[in-house]
Write a protein of this length. Structure first.
Length: 267
């Protein structure tokens, strides 16, 4: 009887190993993406308003950045999806991740268009010593305000409790996996776009601020205290906005545009 029980449990143990292996793979890919991003972005941070380079270069960098920043927090969702789709399409979880990254890639293209369009139309007015500091501070204030809106709460709920989303939007096959990954990515973009905008306000090529924003996103999506964490994030963003506008030189990790170095940090 005992051996029969063991035999019956083997599929369950195998499924757990598969899910843990998938989470481990995503975390490993995130680590590689962090290493690659650190190598590529070294010395490129010029603070708020940092030039984004060519569209192709930025698009490639952006996708790797999203893998580094988002894979740790999205891995439980992918593991749950893997459990639900394992017998139907073995490669579906990887396609799901591809759909997720596709939406973030489109969001990056939108951010590139807004940034470069603003630079061309209002470049002089948006310079740091003109209106740039105030624009960056305003973006941080807007990001803090968004943290407290009902829309943010709805989107964050979708990201934190993916089971209902997966059940409600289930599509079979690899095409369905791509569609569901894209839909989950859309909810994630709707949840995190303001935090990503704050990254642009602080220095999109800064590893320091990339790590800070990643930590805020991970805390919101994984810690059990949803609303308290959102309120805490809003307070952090407001504090950063005040320091950026009033005493930018005292803000650790911030590169003042044109200064040639990070204020408040050793080189």
């Amino acid at each position: 009887m005992g051996s029969l029980t063991t035999v019956e449990l083997r599929p369950a143990f195998a499924a757990v190993r598969v899910r843990l292996g998938l989470i481990g793979l995503l975390l490993a890919l995130a680590g590689i993406a962090w290493w690659w991003t650190l190598d590529r972005m070294r010395g490129m941070d010029n603070g708020p308003g940092t030039a984004l380079g060519t569209l192709g270069w930025f698009a490639g960098l952006w996708v790797v950045m999203m893998a580094a920043m988002m894979f740790p927090s999205v891995s439980p969702t992918v593991a749950l999806y893997s459990r639900m789709s394992r017998r139907r399409a073995p490669f579906a979880p990887l396609v799901f991740v591809a759909g997720y990254l596709l939406i973030w890639a489109l969001a990056g293209l939108g951010a590139f268009g807004i940034s470069e369009g603003g630079r061309r139309l209002l470049g002089r007015e948006l310079a740091w010593h003109s209106g740039g500091r105030w624009l960056a501070g305003g973006i941080l204030v807007a990001a803090a305000a968004y943290e407290l809106t009902p829309i943010k709460d709805i989107c964050l709920t979708k990201c934190r409790s993916p089971f209902g989303f997966l059940i409600g939007s289930w599509r079979g096959g690899l095409g369905g996996a791509l569609s569901m990954g894209a839909r989950h990515g859309a909810w994630c973009v709707a949840c995190c776009w303001a935090l990503m905008a704050s990254l642009f306000a602080l220095g999109v090529m800064s590893i320091t601020w990339m790590a800070v924003v990643s930590a805020l996103i991970a805390a919101e999506k994984t810690l059990p205290w949803r609303r308290p964490v959102a309120y805490a994030t809003a307070r952090v963003l407001l504090a950063l906005a005040l320091m950026l506008v009033l005493v930018p030189g005292a803000l650790p990790g911030l590169t003042i545009p044109g200064s040639g170095g990070m204020m408040g940090m050793s080189p």
